[in-house]
Design a protein around this ligand. Structure first.
Ligand SMILES: Cc1cc2nc3c(=O)[nH]c(=O)nc-3n(C[C@H](O)[C@H](O)[C@H](O)COP(=O)(O)OP(=O)(O)OC[C@H]3O[C@@H](n4cnc5c(N)ncnc54)[C@H](O)[C@@H]3O)c2cc1C
Length: 465
């Protein structure tokens, strides 16, 4: 049976329809039953369904995925977790942990490429969930470089990949981190408001960058800074480009205030100033020729607001990865609260004996699984896009994953504190740290409101504001 034949008939016919034709007595006066070869039909269907196109949806992880997830889990349990409280209190980048991760191949360019280029799309979210289950602050120190390296990867030329990606991570003996600088004091959710300016100096064939970046993860402690700047402010975000600025090779790049934060305190966040910073023309990601062509096209089309589905897909492609981090935090808090609720006794019995506590845990488990499933769906769509298939983000599925996972993390960690009572509120127990860490997920990489904006625009086709 061909796909066309099966889909042109009632899809249920192969099951109930065929069975009923073979097994039911004819209605009085109706046509005589047509004999149906049920076994033959089942065999044909089985052959049809064994084709690869029928096997694309699968929630069973394969051996390699399980092995890599377990490897990340082992590192999270034995290295990250024991160090979590110390680095949270120190509010410093945990270089020794990054070095250990680099030594076993969990931190570095090869690891990132390996996890990113995976036809299922699942490896990156699987590994990040485990790392952030270990601890979110340390987790962000391990994956923050990915913001810059994925900007190089998605916007750069193959030559730029070779030139800059290794420098983002350094080597196991000399680890480095990288920073992605987009946000500014006046441009957070509204990236079109970026004021940092890149001006081309024809005489020296260089870009000259001026401006201030805010809240940059690894800002100032990185060598490689990927900086989003406007080349033609009249074009809004279409007049922007990303530039690689290696701190060790330029003058005028200064770290500003290192921020003292509510959570993710083991991850360095700082303002970065660019004062007449000069970089070679070749440092614009994608190359100057391509940028000039893009700007010319944008000027031609100026006034038409639509940036199309492909543009939405670019942002949607990575949002679920941030969601997987939030799932890791939520799961860590849930697991801790579950164990605690079984152990802690009040009124002569474990507190989990009360529906008031048990139902909270049931809701937490359900919501965490729901969030993970949204993350996996978006991962699957992102991988399809990487394979060159048409973008199919019809309803903002990447945003849905990030939105749901973020809000689940905040709620689950708060409930975990409630379940631990007074202990939950102290720094002697990890759930208060997890709660502090979770909150950033409704803010960075697009706030919850911005995710809702993306989804509502996608589902309505209207320019909701
Ligand atoms: C720990 C940390 C790490 C970060 N790392 C980086 C990094 O590495 N690189 C980088 O470039 N940036 C980074 N950021 C910045 C982060 O991406 C921004 O903080 C975020 O985009 C929100 O921008 P904002 O803070 O200016 O908030 P605003 O944009 O001022 O928003 C304030 C509030 O208004 C709401 N709002 C704004 N516009 C709308 C609207 N149209 N409709 C409805 N509500 C709206 C928002 O949802 C939010 O609730 C980081 C921030 C933090 C705190």
């Amino acid at each position: 049976m061909t796909m066309t034949e099966s889909s042109s008939t009632n899809p249920a016919a192969a099951g109930g329809g065929a069975g009923s034709a073979a097994g039911t007595a004819p209605a009085a006066g109706g046509p005589a039953p047509v004999p149906v070869d049920v076994m033959g039909l089942a065999g044909e269907l089985a052959a049809e369904r064994s084709k690869p196109e029928w096997q694309t949806f699968n929630l069973n992880l394969n051996d390699e995925q399980r092995e890599i997830r377990d490897w990340a889990h082992e590192f999270a349990a034995s290295v990250i977790r024991p160090a979590a409280s110390e680095w949270d209190e120190r509010e410093e980048t945990p270089w020794p942990v990054i070095q250990e991760a680099a030594k076993i191949g969990l931190y570095g360019m090869d690891a990132s490429i390996n996890l990113f280029i995976d036809p299922s799309g699942l490896l990156m979210p699987l590994v990040q969930e485990e790392l952030f289950w270990g601890d979110a602050g340390i987790g962000m120190s391990l994956v923050g470089t990915g913001l810059a390296s994925s900007a190089v990867f998605s916007n750069g030329t193959p030559e730029q990949w070779s030139q800059w990606l290794p420098r983002c991570y350094g080597t196991a003996d000399d680890v480095r981190v990288a920073a992605f600088c987009s946000s500014e004091p006046g441009a957070g959710s509204d990236v079109s408001a970026i004021r940092t300016k890149a001006t081309y100096d024809e005489k020296t064939d260089e870009w000259v960058i001026n401006g201030q970046k805010a809240w940059a993860t690894n800002g100032g402690i990185a060598d490689i800074h990927v900086v989003v700047a406007t080349v033609d402010p009249s074009l809004g975000s279409r007049g922007q480009a990303a530039f690689v600025v290696p701190k060790s090779e330029v003058r005028g790049l200064e770290q500003g205030t290192k921020l003292r934060k509510h959570g993710l305190r083991a991850s360095h966040t700082a303002d970065v100033f660019f004062d007449n910073v000069r970089v070679p023309a070749a440092n614009v990601l994608g190359g100057k020729e391509k940028l000039d062509a893009r700007l010319a096209k944008a000027r031609e089309n100026n006034g038409s607001a639509s940036r199309g589905n492909a543009s939405m897909a670019t942002f949607e492609m990575t949002r679920h990865i941030v969601g997987s981090q939030a799932v890791g935090i939520a799961r860590a808090a849930y697991e801790f609260a579950l164990d605690y609720a079984k152990d802690r006794e009040q009124f002569g019995r474990p507190i989990i004996d009360n529906q008031g506590i048990a139902f909270k845990l049931a809701d937490m488990a359900t919501e965490i699984d729901a969030a993970r499933l949204l993350v996996w769906r978006a991962a699957f769509m992102s991988a399809a896009l990487m394979r060159g298939q048409q973008p199919d983000y019809r309803n903002g599925e990447g945003s849905m994953a990030k939105l749901k996972a973020s809000e689940v993390a905040v709620k689950a960690t708060e409930e975990a504190i409630q379940i631990l009572g007074g202990n939950g509120y102290t720094r002697e127990y990890p759930v208060e740290r997890m709660h502090r860490d979770s909150k950033i997920y409704t803010i960075f990489e697009g706030t919850s409101e911005i995710q809702r904006l993306v989804i509502s625009r996608a589902i309505s086709g209207m320019r909701i504001r």
